[in-house]
Design a protein around this ligand. Structure first.
Ligand code: NAD
Length: 445
């Protein structure tokens, strides 16, 4: 559904009116061109602390990707990237301050701030580890200062040997695909599999299951993955069979009408995939429902139905695939949680439980998956414009949109782009990550 407030705020009359009365005037975000995705635009001013570990390799790979890298100042406007990994004590944090104090003003609209550090627990020196932890508070605060420009700030933490897989996450964060991912951490570790793939069609020839694919975020995920070359196997309930079929036909995918809570659904899905090839590249567990009710008024059916769809089915499908080697050596599993699973929400005890459970699935399976060359990651969307959020009462809906640093709701494509990155071979160093796609919503932040 459209956000009328955003449209009016960006009309010429609206701009004057909103600024006169002091209303927030969110900036429309720049998103990927559907026909030419993953293209990196603009200049990057790259700074680094003394003893920074990653700046040299970042300069060479983003330069090779066609980005103009500047080292003193942005000639026009662009993105700011700072390798803070060499900051070993509180005193040296002044280098971080100096860089951003001098250059933050030249950040472009829809620009990116990216800070690189070490994963604190990977460091032996406690003082070094403590100041690296400080980077998160810095990035979250910068994100709040630049959100009115439609700009974002994110932190990349490099774990042991994560430098081998740093290019994918840096390129993703610099791209328009990361528009609504704000104030988040991506932790990059040693890649679990080969990271080689085409940068414009990273999913070429790969089969990917998307549940809940007939509409909303699942449809956007399917379209985005197909854009990136994937053959999508879309799943949705039989009642949505016609919509699903039409959506999958349009993107050259396959459809399977299936209620994922049916007792034989995991095996049916696995057999369907196996009949189309011995390997499956990824499963995106997107299907989900809400059944909001205050806990004391919630029926057992409202609890059970939701928990089975949002969590139980996800675990049973994972088990069915992990009992085989279909995902081994390069496969990806994606959980779709929610910021309600992080912050909790009135009337959503069932939903909050199920979505926090998805975070648990990602955490619990990460090591097992890594040992088999598989990654498992998740997204926790905030307010996204879909039929699910259109059903929210008007005032709450407006608040949901405005209560983020970017001052607007996200679009299904924003969630889809993050998932598209997570399932790309170039993200083989990202495992066990859960990122919010919420524009830095104040809920649970
Ligand atoms: P939606 O209701 O528009 O779409 C969900 C899809 O899942 C539907 O097509 C539905 O038929 C399908 N589905 C439901 N139960 C199923 C079952 N048993 N078997 C197979 N398919 C089933 O929802 P959406 O807004 O696109 O949300 C997609 C996911 O994102 C959900 O997991 C949701 O919890 C999560 N999410 C959404 C938002 C948001 O703001 N829209 C925020 C946070 C998280």
């Amino acid at each position: 559904m459209s956000d009328k407030y955003l449209e009016v705020a960006n009309s010429s009359l609206g701009k004057k009116l909103f600024s006169a009365v002091g209303l927030p005037d969110p900036v429309p975000l720049t998103r990927e061109e559907f026909t030419e995705p993953h293209k990196l635009n603009g200049q990057v001013l790259l700074g680094s602390s003394d003893g920074a570990a990653f700046a040299n390799s970042i300069t060479s790979f983003i330069g090779a990707a066609g980005v103009e890298v500047c080292s003193h100042s942005l000639e026009n406007t662009g993105h700011l990237l700072f390798d803070a990994s060499g900051i070993v004590n509180a005193q040296q944090s002044e280098q971080l301050y100096q860089f951003f104090n001098r250059h933050l003003r030249s950040l472009a609209y829809s620009g990116r701030v990216i800070v690189i550090g070490h994963k604190p627990s990977s460091l032996d020196d406690v003082e070094h580890a403590a100041v690296q932890r400080g980077l998160l508070g810095f990035v979250k605060s910068v994100a709040k200062e630049i959100g009115r420009k439609g700009a974002t700030a994110n932190l990349v933490l490099v774990d042991k040997d994560g430098d081998l897989a740093l290019e994918g996450p840096i390129r993703f964060l610099l791209s328009a695909g990361s528009a609504f991912m704000n104030a988040q951490v991506l932790t990059v570790a040693q890649p679990v599999d080969n990271t080689d793939a085409d940068w414009t069609k990273p999913l070429l020839g790969k089969s990917i299951v998307v549940t809940g694919a007939a509409r909303g975020i699942g449809l956007a995920i399917s379209q985005t993955l197909a854009r990136d070359g994937a053959s999508v196997i879309g799943i949705d309930v039989p009642q949505s069979g016609d919509d699903l079929k039409a959506a999958m036909t349009a993107i050259g995918g396959l459809s399977l009408a299936l209620d994922i809570t049916d007792s034989d659904a995991p095996e049916k899905l696995r057999d369907f995939c196996a009949s189309h090839g011995p390997k499956l590249h990824a499963i995106v567990h997107n299907a989900g429902i809400t059944r909001d009710k205050m806990l004391s008024k919630m029926s057992a059916h409202q609890w059970d139905l939701l928990v089975q769809i949002n969590l139980g089915a996800v675990q049973r499908i994972n088990k069915a695939f992990l009992d085989t080697d279909m995902l081994d050596n390069g496969g990806k599993i994606i959980g779709v949680a929610s910021i309600s699973g992080i912050a909790g929400n009135v009337g959503q005890t069932n939903y909050g439980f199920s979505k926090a459970g998805i975070i648990g699935v990602v955490e619990a399976l990460a090591d097992t998956c890594a040992a088999r060359g598989i990654t498992i990651n998740g997204v926790a969307p905030g307010f996204i414009e879909t039929q699910m959020t259109a059903a929210i009462p008007f005032i709450t809906r407006q608040m949901g949109r405005r209560l983020s640093s970017l001052g607007q709701g996200g679009l299904p494509i924003d969630v889809a782009e993050v998932i598209g990155f997570f399932v790309s071979p170039q993200a083989a160093g990202i495992n066990g990550n859960m990122v919010r796609v919420c524009g830095q919503s104040l809920l649970g932040a």
